[in-house]
Design a protein around this ligand. Structure first.
Ligand code: GDP
Ligand code: MG
Length: 650
């Protein structure tokens, strides 16, 4: 069967119900890389989730040496085998399949013997590079009679493999190796395998010596890069049963980890996670096609960057979908219950998701990309964190105000205690809520928000304190006023020489009582000495003004004239000078008479001069009142006299 460039890149070639895994032409005849590799890894070969748990085998060797036949026999694959009668195939390309019942990918590299036909060795070199960069084991397939033909096609191919290998691995020279597995076909048996191996080994050494070594690697050995294994297989056509037997035994070496010659050692792995194989393989092929320098560490870094970004992208998308619901309520001012644990859970799930797939890739790149997605998820969540903090602050302030308001409604309270209690509740609410939304692996802090809240609470408390103090003072002033009205009015209505002394004594005792209460209440406001002094100062002034107002009310023209008239009617008398005795009330009321032994302690300031307030009725007013009353009393007297005369006259 001839495979032309137009043939489909994959097919299933089901044989009599013995369903075989489909194969894929990953490099076609035009040296293009297949677009289907990712799909095959996932859906056809089911290897994408295998991580590092898979191996890759490639086969090299001259055309028509039974390579495909061998692979199909060993691995249960379905690679094309040239029929005995068909023309020689000239296709160049690489086919891939998964081995049946094994976690192994097989590459059938076609057309690697261009030199046999005198063609250029371009594809041979490319496919060698590609195989070396991807495979754990390279099967080198050759006829027994080719062994020892140092200048034969196989040796040329091996030289290419060695050169390519040095290019790929010089930077990664360490424990990593590739196994060269020589399968000697049509092994007759007259020459023991050991002899054939020795011959091949000697040839390999000679080839190795002839390969130009890069600087610094002049003395490196084959064994630094390669392990070798040799086996022979009987003639398939002449000894079909023996061939089958031996092939079966050989298969065991690829499938049974307990086999003493199990071919897949851990250090043969090219460390490409299965879910990134398609990216890696295509990247390698692109580099090869572009004729660019190719080294595996760089390729692995590039792969890691690409894949880590891809994995992070998927993880972030899932993450974004889950956090969508937070925005609206937070923006509308709600404090979300469980926001912290929820954010932590969603973020950790995203990171775990990332870790699961990405941690297999190049360690440095993985670490860097992990930091990136952690940072990205954290800063996305930080917006919600800040929003919630803001809402928490508001809630805490409202809580504070509400508690204070409620408690001040009662009549017995200690203001300082009320504030302290409300502050504790409100700040506690904030701190608890804030702590709950600080995620691990972040440097989120709320110190500033906390101190700002404390400041705002202090401001509200201070304002409320001023208001409450005012209210309290007002209430006490009212109480003072009532007492003054009750007691002082009495004295003013019964004027006597002792009037002032009695008034002032009473005033002082009422005031002292109120001052006591003032100071007691002030304590509950945590007032300072200075504030207390100020309160007393103000109150003394206010109390004096209230007293004076009371006095002024009593000496207002009409009220006072009435007083005089009452007094006049009561006594109805003139003194020796013919002045109504009632007028004696004027000098009595004109001036608050401060007893010499009494210090009221009423302060004077710009607003009020105590001395001046002692004057109740100015001289002008005294004169005015005197005149008015005299006129009134004289008229009254005349009227009285006239009526007496009239009565007598009847
Ligand atoms: P490839 O080109 O190396 O992949 O070779 P194929 O597997 O297509 O086989 C080429 C031809 O060699 C076919 O006609 C096979 O029947 C034949 N062949 C396969 N295995 C053997 C073998 O072990 N010995 C011999 N002499 N012929 C074989
Ligand atoms: Mg073939």
């Amino acid at each position: 069967m001839t495979v032309g460039p137009n043939q489909t890149a994959s097919d299933t070639n089901a044989v009599n119900g013995n369903q075989k895994l489909p194969r894929l032409q990953i490099i076609d005849g035009n040296q293009n890389f297949s677009k289907d590799l990712q799909r095959f890894m996932k859906d056809e070969w089911h290897l994408a989730e295998h991580g590092f748990n898979y191996n890759l085998v490639a086969v090299f060797g001259s055309q028509s040496t039974g390579k495909s036949t061998l692979l199909n026999r060993l691995f249960g694959t379905d690679f094309d085998v040239m029929s005995e009668t068909a023309r020689r195939q000239t296709t160049k390309g690489i086919w891939m399949s998964r081995g049946k019942d094994m976690d192994v990918l097989i590459m059938d590299v076609e057309g690697t013997d261009g030199r046999e036909r005198g063609e250029d060795q371009d594809f041979e070199r490319k496919s060698a590079l590609f195989s070396m960069a991807t495979s754990n084991v390279i099967i080198v397939n050759l006829w027994e009679h080719q062994v020892g033909l140092y200048n034969g096609a196989n040796m040329g191919l091996l030289k290419t493999v060695f050169e390519v290998n040095l290019q790929l691995f010089q930077a990664a020279r360490g424990k990593e190796k590739t196994l060269l597995f020589f399968v000697i076909r049509d092994h007759v048996g007259t020459t023991p395998l050991a002899n054939l191996s020795a011959t091949l080994t000697a040839d390999l050494e000679r080839i190795w010596d002839g390969v130009a070594k890069p600087e610094g690697l002049e003395s490196c050995k084959i064994s630094d890069y390669f392990d070798t294994m040799f086996t022979g297989l009987p003639h398939k056509v002449l000894l079909p049963e023996k061939f089958d037997q031996e092939a079966l035994k050989l298969r065991d070496r690829f499938t049974n980890p307990n086999h003493k010659d199990f071919v897949f050692k851990p250090n043969y792995s090219k460390r490409v996670p299965a879910d990134g194989f398609h990216v890696y393989a295509e990247g390698i092929w692109d580099q090869i096609m572009a004729n660019k320098d190719l080294d595996l560490p760089t390729q692995q870094e590039l792969l890691a960057q690409y894949r880590c970004d891809e994995i992070a992208g998927v993880a972030f998308e899932a993450f974004s979908a889950k956090i969508k619901g937070f925005r609206q309520p937070i923006e509308s001012g709600k404090v979300l219950e469980d926001l912290g644990p929820q954010m932590e859970e969603i973020r950790n799930t995203a990171i775990k998701h990332f870790d699961k797939d990405a941690s297999r890739y190049h360690a440095e790149v993985y670490k860097r990309k992990r930091a990136e997605i952690l940072n990205k998820t954290n800063s996305t969540l930080h917006v919600f964190y800040l929003g919630q903090l803001k809402n928490l602050t508001k809630k805490a302030l409202t809580t504070f105000k509400t508690i204070v308001q409620e408690r001040l409604k009662g009549d017995k309270y200690d203001f300082a205690e009320v504030v302290q209690e409300a502050r504790q509740k409100s700040e506690g609410l904030f701190l608890e809520g804030a702590k709950a939304i600080v995620l691990t692996e972040t440097d989120w802090a709320f110190d500033e928000d906390y101190s700002q809240l404390q400041e705002e609470i202090s401001e509200i408390a201070a304002r409320s304190r001023v208001e409450e103090t005012k209210k309290m003072v007002k209430a006490l002033e009212k109480s003072f006023e009532n007492q003054v009205n009750e007691h002082i009015g009495l004295y003013l209505n019964k004027p006597s020489p002792e009037m002032w002394s009695k008034i002032l004594t009473k005033y002082k005792s009422i005031r002292d009582g109120i001052e006591d209460q003032l100071l007691k209440k002030a304590k509950s406001f945590n007032s300072t000495e200075e504030e207390n002094a100020q309160t007393i100062h103000n109150f003394r002034k206010r109390s004096w003004q209230m007293l004076r107002k009371k006095i002024d009310d009593e000496v207002a023209d009409n009220v006072f004239l009435l007083k005089l008239r009452e007094r006049f009617e009561e006594k109805f008398r003139y003194d020796d000078a013919g002045v109504p005795k009632a007028l004696q009330l004027i000098p009595l009321f004109a001036q608050v008479e401060l007893p010499s032994d009494m210090d009221l302690g009423v302060p004077s300031d710009e607003e009020m001069n105590f001395e001046e307030t002692l004057v109740v009725i100015s001289e002008t007013r005294q004169h005015d009142l005197t005149t008015r009353f005299k006129r009134e009393s004289d008229a009254f007297y005349l009227e009285a006299k006239r009526s007496v005369v009239a009565t007598q006259a009847r």
